[in-house]
Design a protein. Sequence first.
Lengths: 98, 187
Amino acid sequence: MLTALADGPRHGYGVIQEVERLSEGRTRLRAGTLYAAFDRLSAEGLIELANEELVDGRLRRNYRLTLSGRTVLSAESRRRMAISKEALRRLRLSEGSA
Amino acid sequence: MSSPEQRYRRWLHLYPKAYRRHRGEEILATLLDASSERGRLSPADLLYLTVHGVGVRWRLIAGRWRTGKLPRSVYVATLFIALLASINLLGAAFSHNGPKNQSSHLDNVLVGLVFVGLDLALWMWKRPLYPVVIGALVVLTATSLVTVDLLVDSSAVIPLALLVIGRQRYLAQLPIAELAQGPRGMT
């Protein structure tokens, strides 16, 4: 979800769509799950309200990453990247010795 | 037939009023966006909405309980009903001698579970539904005169009396009625 907000603010349904796109359709967030996560991430100071607007009479609130959210996302991405690199290195090693 | 917006607004009543004021219109917009793109909401959408709504209510109540902001009568009545539930469920568990035993004390289990439900209802339901809770307690107490131990019967009278006598004070200070003020919006 943090990744979905990394390139700019999004509203609730925008996040749902982006998560589905990023996961290539494997993860489909529901509204209940989305707002539970928004509550938690807001409480942890990782996301914040960017602005709100009325579109076709519907309230849209756009959320964005806070500085802390960017830091957490960056650290977690580096950690996962390191694990992925290590996994690929080991696979290459095992293929070479086979 | 009601419109999707009307139906989803009804579902939003799963959330406490203050939360609806804060997030209701926003969640509604997301539900409408999702349903307009996918045709309609799936049962899973509504299930997750229910889980979140009940979860928000529960956290609110638990917060009130921890910070000691509830009147004494709420604590006492809730603890008594929880005690009744425990007596019924534990009694049934200890006296149960296996599925072949004709006296399996299923009635005690059921009464215990209903008491658990009533306990939750006392915390979560709104004022207009409160007589239903009292009525259910009366019926349960009357039923248990036949089926449950004398101890349970006599102890059931105490929370009932507490609830009736302290009704105004109890109702006026239920946690849902005291939620923090949010920005004006849907109710």
